[in-house]
Design a protein around this ligand. Structure first.
Ligand code: FE2
Ligand code: FE2
Length: 291
């Protein structure tokens, strides 16, 4: 279990005046994704059936992820009492499920699965570190630091087992790179977009591209160079590449550049949606005027 509980969070120090709508919407979405750990636990149990070391570790890992969801949900409800975690979570798991019945990894092998898990933990460690730096609310800062520490421990857990499997699977560098980048590219899939929608929608219809763009625009606004630098070092570690300072710096530069380009792309997408909406409003007004 995690080295902290919800009782360790200084809830009384909550400072609502410092909370921005963007950060609140991100925390709501994150609470849903974290709380959905049971599905991933079942999936990983299937993939690693017979490997008791991994299966035992997954139990503790899932419990910690669920605690992350509980802490974030409690914080979001204190900031916005209208937020119903139960209702949003139900909507989320109704609309988004992972293939838990699969008896083998969707990544092709156990080693590849562990590399993909490392990528997820790098992403969450970076996300909560960035959020802890971006918020001025002492309660959210405390929650995010605890969670970021857990996510780094999760990375180390999956990394250790990945190294063990690498000895027998002999997955080449290119194959490892392909799995890692493939998993990173999946951050554009339905999970985060739908979680953002389920937690924040005002009754509008779901649109993966639109809600995904809203999520990523809010999330990418908070990454500092130091957060990206550490993500780059962990990325190279997960690839089992011995990274010197230069390799780490170059990788961080590329990641930072990709993030900047992605932010420009997101702004363009959201502008297009804004245009289409104002155009449809104009259309409605002109047809009213014509009638
Ligand atoms: Fe987590
Ligand atoms: Fe984690």
């Amino acid at each position: 279990m995690a080295g902290w509980t919800l009782g360790d969070i200084p809830w009384g120090r909550l400072d609502r005046s410092t909370v921005t709508p963007d950060i609140l919407s991100l925390v709501k979405a994150a609470s849903l994704v974290e709380a959905n750990a049971a599905d991933y636990r079942d999936y990983l149990h299937n993939v690693f059936a017979g490997d008791n070391r991994v299966c035992r570790a997954i139990e503790g890992w899932a419990a910690e992820e669920e605690q992350h969801g509980a802490a974030l949900a409690r914080w979001a409800t204190l900031i916005d009492p209208a937020f119903s975690f139960e209702t949003s979570f139900q909507a989320f798991i109704t609309g988004y499920r992972i293939p838990i019945v699969s008896s083998s990894s969707v990544r092709g092998s156990r080693c590849a699965e562990l590399i993909a898990r490392c990528m997820v933990e790098i992403g969450t460690h970076s996300f909560y570190t960035a959020l802890s730096q971006a918020t001025n609310d002492p309660v959210l800062t405390c929650i995010c630091r605890h969670i970021a520490d857990d996510e780094l421990a999760h990375f180390n857990l999956f990394y250790r087992h990945m190294r063990r499997y690498l000895e027998t699977e002999k997955l080449g560098l290119f194959a490892r790179f392909r799995v890692a980048v493939g998993r990173l590219a999946e951050t554009d899939d339905d999970e985060l977009a739908f979680a953002f929608y389920a937690a924040n929608n005002l009754g509008e219809a779901y649109d993966c591209r639109f809600h995904g763009s809203l999520y990523h625009r809010a999330a990418l606004a908070h990454y500092s160079a130091s957060v990206v630098g550490q993500a780059a070092r962990l990325f190279l570690l997960a690839l089992n590449v011995s990274a010197g300072r230069i390799a780490g710096g170059v990788t961080a530069f590329f990641i930072y550049a990709l993030m900047a380009a992605h932010r420009v792309r997101l702004a363009t997408v959201l502008r297009l949606y804004g245009l289409s909406r104002s155009e449809s409003r104009r259309g409605a007004n002109s047809s009213t005027a014509a009638s």
